[in-house]
Design a protein around this ligand. Sequence first.
Ligand code: HEM
Length: 329
Amino acid sequence: MPPSYSEYLQLDELLALQEGTDGKPSSDELHFILVHQNFELWFKLVISELRAARDILDRDYVAEERIPRAVHHLRRVIETFRLMAQQWKVMETLTPQEFLNFRDKLGTASGFQSFQMREMEMLLGPQLRDGEQRDLPGPAEKRPLVAVVSDWLARTPIMGSAPDDAGDDTIVTRFIDDYLAAHATLGVETAEEYGGTPEIKARFTAEAEGAREFLAPDGGVDRARAGLLFIESYRELPLLAWPRRLVDTLVELEEQMVLWRSSHARMVERIIGRRTGTGGSSGVDYLDSTTQWRVFGDLWAVRTLLIRKNALPQLENAEFYGFAGGENG
Ligand code: HEM
């Protein structure tokens, strides 16, 4: 016998789980429980998709045709977060007073303790801000997505040269030196356009120093960042089409998560104002602070130092990337 609809979905079990702690939830409390459970079910999907994407990329060599599959899983995560950001609207139909009627039943229970939320965060990787790392509970199960992506970026062929090729160091260093020179020249020109005052010049000099610090911290070139810069700069090359999609997808994913966090904070502000959370945090202030951290910080940071196409170093070995001509485009 094939299963019925409710057998297949185990609906009897699923729909028996909204009784609350005393078996007598009001319709407002039922709403509160159901909204939370819905989120936790979506979290389960997100965890499974993030694991799948991480596993696809977690190898010493990622074949070109595997990247679309990783992007596919990550796109599902993006759409789930987009949907979840809208779900706060349903929560907001709970008025502050209605929430207060059953809030004491929660005790110190809080979304803070959502172990699935922490698992998602662990799968993505450490959250950083100005070199500081967000202190989160729980050990990482395996290598997080950000580490796997960084290894993959470090293997990007630059001017046709791969990390194991003879002379790769020289080629990569030359690319970065040429790039930084072009970046600095543009900075000097732009500073003049803005009137060339000492303040303006200092700002563009600081930008040039920031670019060097990012690409060659402590003097040595960071190959993952160089690979990322290469993908972003020569993004129209056929061989870079999927790598660039993967990078764009990761940025969109983090953007969507940040938007989800900030819409949670707005919903919370509307329902409990600025009072202390049931988890004991400062509430809205704490939630707003969580929108500042970034997992894929490099993917965001590289945008600050991109330059226009016709100022880029001349592309070498264009044919390697699927272009017949040697044009920069
Ligand atoms: C009336 C509805 C809600 C209120 C007033 C509320 C309030 C809060 C507050 C104040 C915090 C900060 C920690 C604390 O001190 O408790 C928090 C954290 C959190 N909430 Fe909510 N929340 C609500 C609904 C939800 C729902 C439906 C979810 C979905 C699962 C959720 C997920 C989370 C998560 C994951 C955190 C931890 C965030 C982090 O540490 O990065 N919340 N919530």
